[in-house]
Structures are given as structure tokens and as C-alpha cells.
Write a protein that binds this ligand. Structure first.
Ligand code: URA
Length: 287
């Protein structure tokens, strides 16, 4: 094999072993550099080989109206505060879950949209009495476009089945609806930008019970500072904007796959969920 090709193969194998599974651009970008001209130059360079664009689509115009343009891999995302405000506005405008999904599908304020294959909005029945919310989609969910369909999703299915639930009697979503590259943890900014959408999704689905899967979903949605080990199994209240509902946090199925001994605690939480579904007055008619 030609030495350069062999070296390139070895480098790619090294990246894959290190967990890198997405290439975002040809040139590395120092995102720590506080220099406005660099992203503009990077955008300009990215646009260079293509046909000339009208002035309204110049790199400067794109940077000044960042929410209107799908971010190109390698370009800098819009300022987080502007994106959070745009997210709040968009989420408020959605009158139904279908509208919310359509708005999210075209929302350009979160840079994860540029690297994800597609939006992973929800699975299950939004009319259900119980809604499960995880952190963010992984590799399998990104390919298929439905939450919790990989290994941890299979475990979630088994845990739901143990208390008589399945995807026709539960609704499932994530705080962040796009897969972060390489399954990394979403940044606080990405989570803040996506928060108005998941809050609106919960409000529109209007479940009787919200179940946060894992610490990040619990901390984001319930505003709890403690870790999941201390907080799981306890009931909290969650204000949907329409009414107060009950909320429970439990271990994330991905954590349970790594720490099977903890399944006994998750089992207790699911039994508590089952009991609550039986004893709580049903606003929802199903289950
Ligand atoms: N982990 C999550 O938090 N959500 C998914 O959809 C899959 C894995």
C-alpha cells in the first residue's frame, strides 16, 4: 500500500478508536479564540469554491442573521442568547405537536442540527398518561429518527413492558432532539437552546406523569442540583404551564447497561410509576 494511504488509514482508525465518528470540516477551528473575524473568514472560505451568492447571503449577512441559515459544518453557531430567544418564540408559536415538530425541523439556532442526520422528535403516543424524557439521541436514533431505539431503548422497552407499558401507551422524547457528534454530552448552551422546545412538547402532550431518564434530563427539566443517585425514586412536581403534574426521575437505561446492579433501584422506581398510574386520577383516558 502507498505509505501516505496507509498513514491516512491508520489515522482514521485512530480517530474511530478515540470515538470520533463525524467530520465537520477540512480546517480545524479554534472555538476558544474570541475573534469575530475568524468565523467570518471561515465562512467566506467555505463559500469560496461555490458560485457567488447575492449580497444578502454574503458571509457577513449570514453571520448577522444566524438563525435564518442552516449552519454549515465548520461555521460558528449563532450567539446562544439570540438562539434561546428565537427558540422561546418559536416554541410559543406552536399550537400543536405537529407544528412544534415542523418548527423544530426548520429551526436553525442550534448548531447540532448541522451535524445530526435528522431531527429525533418523539416516539410513542402523545395521548399517553406518561411521558419519558432522556438527554439526547445517540447513533441509532440519529439514523432512524426515533428516540430510544438503540441498546438503551431496548432496555427501556423491557422496563416499560414490566409494568404493562409500551410505545402505544407511553410518549418518549429527549431534551435535545439532535444527536451531538460522537454522542458527546450536549453543551449547556445547546441544552438551553433546546429547553423551550421540550418544555412546550411536554405542555402540548400534557401527560399526567413525567419521567426523567437520567441526571441531565432531571436537572434540566426539574431544576434539581443533586445527582440522580440521591434524587431518583422521589416525586417532584412539574409545572407544564397548563397545570402541575407529578414528575419522577430514575436511572438512564444506558447507565443501567453499564451498572446492572443498579437495576433493582430502577425497578423500584418503575413500580412506583405503575402504582401512581393506578392511583392518580386520570386526566388522560388511556392506560
Ligand atoms: N439516550 C437518550 O438519552 N436518548 C435516546 O434517544 C437514546 C439514548
Amino acid at each position: 500500500m502507498i505509505p501516505e494511504r496507509k498513514a491516512a488509514r491508520e489515522l482514521i482508525a485512530f480517530y474511530l478508536d478515540a470515538g470520533v465518528d463525524a467530520f465537520l470540516g477540512e480546517e480545524p477551528i479554534n472555538r476558544m479564540a474570541d475573534d469575530l473575524s475568524r468565523p467570518l473568514n471561515a465562512i467566506a472560505a467555505a463559500l469560496e469554491p461555490r458560485t457567488r451568492r447575492p449580497a444578502s447571503e454574503s458571509p457577513l449577512a449570514l453571520a448577522q442573521s444566524p438563525l435564518r441559515q442552516k449552519p454549515t459544518p465548520g461555521s460558528s453557531p449563532p450567539p446562544p442568547e439570540a438562539a434561546v430567544m428565537a427558540a422561546r418564540e418559536a416554541a410559543r408559536n406552536a399550537k400543536t405537536l405537529d407544528e412544534l415538530q415542523a418548527l423544530l425541523a426548520t429551526f436553525e439556532g442550534c448548531a447540532l442540527r448541522a451535524t445530526a442526520t435528522q431531527l429525533v422528535f418523539a416516539d410513542g403516543d402523545p395521548q399517553s398518561r406518561v411521558m419519558f424524557v432522556g438527554e439526547a439521541p445517540g447513533y441509532d436514533e440519529d439514523i432512524v429518527g426515533r428516540p430510544f431505539i438503540g441498546r438503551s431503548g431496548k432496555l427501556l422497552d423491557r422496563m416499560m413492558a414490566a409494568i404493562g407499558l409500551d410505545r402505544t401507551s407511553a410518549y418518549i422524547a429527549n431534551v435535545v432532539p439532535w444527536r451531538p457528534p460522537g454522542n458527546r454530552t450536549p453543551t449547556p448552551q445547546e441544552t438551553a437552546i433546546c429547553l423551550p422546545f421540550i418544555r412546550r412538547q411536554i405542555e402540548l402532550a400534557d401527560p399526567d406523569i413525567l419521567v426523567c431518564l437520567g441526571g441531565p434530563a432531571m436537572q434540566t427539566l426539574l431544576g434539581i442540583k443533586d445527582g440522580i443517585t440521591r434524587s431518583r425514586g422521589r416525586w417532584f412536581s412539574y409545572q407544564t404551564g397548563r397545570r402541575e403534574i407529578r414528575a419522577l426521575a430514575t436511572f438512564h437505561p444506558a447507565f443501567l447497561l453499564r451498572s446492572p446492579l443498579q437495576k433493582r433501584f430502577a425497578w423500584r422506581d418503575f413500580l412506583a410509576l405503575k402504582k401512581a398510574l393506578v392511583t392518580l386520577p386520570a386526566i388522560r383516558s388511556q392506560t
